[in-house]
Design a protein around this ligand. Structure first.
Ligand SMILES: Cc1cc2nc3c(=O)[nH]c(=O)nc-3n(C[C@H](O)[C@H](O)[C@H](O)COP(=O)(O)O)c2cc1C
Length: 147
């Protein structure tokens, strides 16, 4: 996994597989029904664009890992930036990818009731201050749940 944080909009230039990991703030008052609508739309569009990944919702935050062809990633990121169900998107990491991490999931979903990212960080030695370690920790957490 490599990334160049100085070029945030270069996803469509990725040849082959790429990934984006971002965090955002959920709109206050989002209900289970909203989550179901998000996932339904996400899964059918991701299937069309060849994207897979994982979405985690906890304490008013979303964490999402998206992987697939660069042009599909760029299109979803453009949609996500305009989506009023969350804001304050911070890309934690992005770049080319050697192999998919969530090949069986057009969008895996988890929330705090299932597993807590905050508890995972509290138990691990992973820094939440160092950006690369933080991003790596979020991915490790997501992958540990998908096993
Ligand atoms: C937290 C969050 C995650 C989302 N994840 C995806 C996704 O993985 N794929 C997707 O197509 N849309 C996803 N969406 C929905 C998109 O923002 C958008 O509503 C949908 O793709 C339709 O886009 P369009 O209105 O530009 O056609 C997500 C929305 C939110 C709030």
């Amino acid at each position: 996994m490599t990334s160049d944080r100085s070029v945030p909009d270069d996803l469509s230039r990725i040849d082959g597989l790429g990934f984006v990991l971002y965090r955002s703030t959920a709109r206050p008052g989002l209900e289970n029904e909203d989550m179901r609508a998000i996932l339904k739309a996400a899964r059918s569009r991701n299937q069309m664009l060849g994207l897979t990944g994982c979405l985690h919702h906890e304490d008013g935050l979303f964490f999402q890992w998206l992987e697939g062809p660069g042009d599909g990633l760029a299109r979803i990121m453009a949609s996500l930036k305009d989506d009023g169900r969350h804001d304050g998107i911070v890309v934690l990491d992005q770049g080319p990818l050697d192999r998919r991490r969530f090949q069986d999931w057009h969008m895996r979903f988890s929330d705090r009731d299932h597993a807590s990212l905050m508890d995972w960080f509290a138990r691990s030695d992973t820094s939440t201050v160092h950006p690369a370690e933080y991003a790596g920790g979020v991915v490790s957490f997501m992958m540990s749940m998908a096993r």
